[in-house]
Design a protein around this ligand. Structure first.
Ligand SMILES: C[S@@+](CC[C@H](N)C(=O)[O-])C[C@H]1O[C@@H](n2cnc3c(N)ncnc32)[C@H](O)[C@@H]1O
Length: 284
């Protein structure tokens, strides 16, 4: 029987060429298999790993070495302090998207009545469900074009006890929707099609979640073209973007829509990550 320390050292060496964080990834995987906290593994390198755990760990490590993303192997990933189920049909929630939830919540606090929120391209539901879980009076409509993603979002909404306030629908952007929202959130695909195949994410995560068309802003522009019709007069739109797209998106907003810029928010790395728009005449 091998020890925890030996298994971790073995995996660290094997994962080295694949990851910037091979030791951390090895710990996350072994703690998942053994159902113990990572801190326990670090405190007990001499502990014996039972043969069934070793078999499961080696099997998961083989998937990892074949290029599968760690969250898909685990079946979950953490976002805004909660665990979300993830499958290869949804984008793995990213830490930079937590900025959208943070700003979204700030905006919702200024609304006293039950705020109405729309999340376009909900994927795992991480944005919609985090907002609903943090703001118990919020009513959220979450749409996605992918049925596979919607099934995962539904499961997450149930798991977090918000399925009565998060209404999950299949839609091509906002096509079938009516009503007026206080907040529209969207983290739509924003990678230019031509770049997808060169990127690791393009080989691991669903193209529907990543492919933003020839210039990467196809879905974003389509959404902005009609978004105004769904917004209350003081509503806000929060759009996650790739930093190099922000000038282009703002020029489009200015030229083609009645929306106005409120603020461009930066992520923790200092990149322009989130565009906040108002509905006419509210620009900063
Ligand atoms: C970048 S992922 C974001 C997922 C999730 N909101 C997040 O932040 O982790 C984009 C999502 O938009 C969805 N999507 C792509 N095109 C769409 C469209 N035309 N209408 C609705 N959803 C779309 C994809 O299926 C995918 O789930």
């Amino acid at each position: 029987m091998s020890t925890v320390g030996e298994e971790l050292d073995w995996a660290r060496e094997k994962f080295q060429p694949l990851s910037d964080t091979p030791y951390l990834d090895a710990q996350v995987l072994l703690s998942h298999v053994m159902e113990v906290p990572r801190s326990w593994l670090l405190a007990h390198p001499e502990a014996r790993v039972l043969p069934e755990f070793e078999t499961a760990f080696r099997r998961d490590a083989a998937r990892y070495r074949r290029g599968e993303a760690l969250p898909y192997i685990l079946g979950w990933w953490e976002f805004y302090g909660r665990r979300f189920r993830v499958t290869p049909e949804v984008l793995i929630p990213r830490p930079e998207t937590e900025l959208l939830v943070e700003i979204g919540l700030e905006r919702l606090w200024s609304i006293s009545q039950s705020p109405q929120v729309l999340d376009v391209g909900t994927g795992s539901g991480c944005i919609a469900i985090s907002l609903a879980a943090e703001r118990s009076e919020a009513c959220v409509v979450a749409v996605d074009i992918s049925l596979g993603a919607l099934r995962v979002a539904q499961e997450n909404a149930r798991w977090h006890g918000v399925s009565d306030r998060v209404h999950i629908l299949q839609a091509d952007l906002t096509a079938p929707l009516s009503g007026r929202f206080d907040l529209l959130c969207a983290n739509l695909p924003y990678i230019p099609s031509g770049r997808l195949h060169d990127l690791k994410v393009g080989r691991r995560e669903p193209h529907l979640a990543l492919d933003g068309g020839p210039k990467g802003v196809g879905a974003i522009r389509r959404l902005l073209a009609t978004a105004r019709l769904l917004m209350k007069s003081k509503g806000r739109i929060l759009l996650e973007i790739s930093p190099e797209q922000h000038q282009g998106v703002l020029a489009y907003v200015d030229r083609e829509t009645p929306l106005s810029l409120v603020k461009v928010h930066q992520d923790l790395a200092g990149h322009d990550r989130l565009i906040e728009l108002g509905v006419g005449g509210q620009g900063a």
